[in-house]
Design a binder for this molecule. Sequence first.
Ligand code: GLC
Length: 412
Amino acid sequence: MAIPVPLKRVAEFEELGFGMFIHWGLYSILGRGEWIQDRGPIPAEEYAELQKRFSAPCYDAKRIVSIAKAAGAKYITLTTRHHDGFSLYDTRGLNTFDAPHSPIGRDLVREFVDACREAGILPFFYHTTLDWRDTRFRDDFPAYLQYLRDSVEILCSEYGRIGGLWFDGNWSKPDADWEEDKLYALIRRHQPDAIIVNNTGLENRGKVGNPELDSVTFEQGRPTPMDREGMPKYLAAEMCQTVNDHWGFGYADLNYKSLRTLIETLCACRKVGANYLLNVGPTGDGEIPLIQEALLRGIGEWIDITGDGIYRGKPCGVLGEGKDFALGADGRMWFYVHDLGVIGDSNVTVDGGEDGERRFTGPMGKIKRIRWTDCDEELSFVQDGDGVTVSATAYPYGKHLVVRVAEAELAE
Ligand code: GLC
């Protein structure tokens, strides 16, 4: 059975490769994650008092976007409304539980979209589908769904072209009729090129849903290769992940992933053609915590050094051993080599990975030359009928890229 050809918007989404997720809202003021109203629990009316404190003096959309850009992210997915029901955008009369009716008094989504556009970053909107505050969610679900559609219609019609809509919350009523067709049809009316995602959550990673959806989600888990044979439509895949253990700001969550883990996870996603959506949680003041910014910038340094294969390269049926893998596109191939050591003795290197031969098997054109992307060193290789064996040199003292990338030029 055939693998369907991706729609243009889906193919373009896959090439974005890496995005920044932002969880920001009233909960950020408390600094105990975005679920604190539910987990506290905090009664809805008491929680709603936070709105009076939402002045976000440090929110600077341009600065946030510039951090994403430095990280090498091509898109940003912002929580325009989360489960607490508070909207960062102007709900234009649907209710007053939004940023314009808070001390900050501005439409923060507008600022976000403008800053993205100026920087050439594609804005995506996260929007919850559940609501802890609006009583219609419990008592009059059809009326609530109309409110949800009216909310989404604002986002689709007032902010120009957007990259996509990222829904989350249908798992809260697994047996309900969410009238998804109506919601997606309205998006298509306004934003025919938008990617539509509906997060299937921790229990259902990679699960295929409504036919209008463009991508499956892998929340907090590395994506597995997609089996697209016989699918009615080609679906992209995206993994989203927290940088520590919370999506929304957690002032006492110090359990950060290492830069090594983040780089390896980005690679693991791209290995199977999936996007990596890495989250930051700005403080209530609206600032991305320094440590989160630093980790993101670290990923950007890795991308700057190792080149554009991470966006352009696609899985091409060539496999490496262990974590190693290859991507290909446009007469080029990229070999992602893990766990290399640093050249030196025990004075300069603590623990060494292995240099030496790395084997990649699968169909590939004739290779003309292979060189490390981080320097011009050419690598010797032996190509045979099944693949290629590359002599991967270890890092020179002073360098360690976690994953080193060799680029191959193929003969015409
Ligand atoms: C989960 C959480 C939600 C978060 C989302 C991000 O669904 O419940 O708070 O926004 O994951 O993927």
